[in-house]
Design a protein around this ligand. Structure first.
Ligand SMILES: NC(=O)c1ccc[n+]([C@@H]2O[C@H](COP(=O)([O-])OP(=O)(O)OC[C@H]3O[C@@H](n4cnc5c(N)ncnc54)[C@H](O)[C@@H]3O)[C@@H](O)[C@H]2O)c1
Length: 391
């Protein structure tokens, strides 16, 4: 039997439960593949509670990032702490995988990538939703010529804001947050996955309020400051020439627009919510009518954490799919868009990246692991909540 991937989690707040559920589910179908061995959090009480629940060690951040039993540090802290934790782990020779965005600023993200390269460790980053059947089926359709030459895309995310449901929403309204840096990674990573890297952007942005009121949890009613733009729009010019129009807003009530549409010369495609792993892909060919495509690519029943396993099971020398270079390009696109909104002029995006390898229709990313010859159990894959913002 091969060695399990030993994961240490830093930051056990709201999203950590989804990763823990995924790893528990993988443990049930592929025993010993991924094992959480320790957790750490600035809030030691929170870390202790999760550690007790998971029967793992609660450590300090410094202890966890240097622990000899930890192979990969899973960084689920808030955006402002992403780079600091990643750099600590890389300095100790650990592989890292973090929640999005890669870092709160492009400079910090660059430092993480450079440190990772120098140390010879892997740097991975959410979102891994793009590895599910929704976006991958759309990609397979586009790559297979279903819409002809892609010309344009639209990406729309319009909500009233996360303070309605998140008990500690402060970070969404601080630099590194806002609708673009928070939710944009799902949409922009999908657009790059479908249409390739982006060469230049034009953006505009605004915010309507300087405070927000927390709507749930122990701090309900508390007023928090807003220090970022909360409505961001723009156009991305892909290197291919295709144009994507983006609207990301915490200043709206509701929308009936598709999350993402891609239009080509002979067809139009509706891509399901990029904050989910699955969903229907719909195709309308010229002269035809809307029809739903059966899932033809991607990890079935995927959930948050598949990107970690995909990274761990990618052979050395091959880029993992949810990799740092892609996350850096996505962050570069988003920060360029905000820079364009500030200056009122178009901005060239300096970085580029390879489109990650397509995911064949498959159950889970464990095929390259030494455990791959282990039989799958019959246990059904359970559902779990997947989205950032419950509607
Ligand atoms: N909440 C969601 O639904 C959701 C969904 C997808 C992705 N994300 C992303 O996941 C990340 C975490 O979000 P969350 O909602 O879980 O936030 P959260 O505030 O609920 O949890 C973050 C945890 O990290 C800890 N932390 C912060 N700074 C730290 C540091 N320097 N060292 C150690 N621990 C530290 C906090 O104490 C907290 O327990 C963010 O990047 C967010 O964008 C969140």
């Amino acid at each position: 039997m091969g060695q399990p991937l030993r994961v240490g989690i830093v930051g056990v707040g709201a999203i950590s439960g989804q990763y823990l559920s995924t790893f528990a589910r993988l443990e049930a179908v592929r025993p010993g593949a991924v094992r959480v061995v320790a957790v750490a959090d600035l809030d030691a009480t929170r870390a202790a509670a999760v550690a007790a629940e998971q029967d793992v060690r609660a450590l300090t951040v410094d202890e966890l990032t240097t622990d000899p039993e930890v192979d990969l540090v899973l960084n689920l802290t808030i955006p402002a702490a992403h780079a600091e934790i990643a750099l600590k782990a890389i300095a100790a020779g650990k592989d890292v995988y973090g929640e999005k965005p890669l870092a709160a600023t492009l400079e910090d993200a660059r430092a993480v990538l450079e440190a990772g390269r120098a140390a010879g460790v892997r740097v991975g980053c959410a979102p891994d939703t793009v590895l599910g059947t929704g976006v991958q089926t759309a990609r397979a359709a586009i790559d297979g010529g279903a819409i002809g030459e892609p010309v344009a895309a639209t990406a729309t995310m319009m909500t009233p804001g996360h303070e309605r449901w998140h008990p500690n929403p402060d970070f969404y309204y601080q630099p590194g947050g806002g609708p673009l840096l928070d939710m944009g990674p799902y949409y922009v990573t999908t657009l790059v996955t479908l249409l390739g890297p982006v060469a230049s952007v034009v953006g505009t942005a605004s915010h309507t309020r300087t405070t927000r009121t927390i709507g749930s949890g122990s701090r309900q009613g508390e007023v928090i400051p807003v220090d970022v733009d909360t409505h961001v729009t723009g156009v991305l010019r892909h290197e291919s020439g295709a144009l994507s129009t983006l609207v990301m807003s915490f200043d709206s009530v509701a929308t009936r627009a598709s999350e993402i549409e891609v239009h080509g010369q002979t067809g139009s495609l509706i891509v399901p919510d990029p904050n989910r792993f699955d969903g229907d892909v719909q195709l309308h060919e010229l002269g035809g009518a809307w029809r739903t495509l059966p899932p033809s690519a991607g990890y079935r029943d995927a959930a948050r954490g598949y990107g970690v396993v995909d990274l761990a099971t990618t052979p050395p020398g091959t880029p993992a799919r949810a990799n740092g270079d892609l996350a850096y390009h996505v962050l570069d696109i988003m920060t360029s868009l905000l820079a364009s909104a500030g200056s009122g002029t178009g901005v060239a995006v300096e970085s580029t990246c390879e489109r990650p390898a397509a995911v064949p229709l498959s159950d889970m990313p464990l095929s390259d692991m030494p455990l791959s010859d282990m039989p799958l159990s019959d246990m059904p894959l359970s559902d779990m909540p997947l989205s950032d913002a419950p509607s």
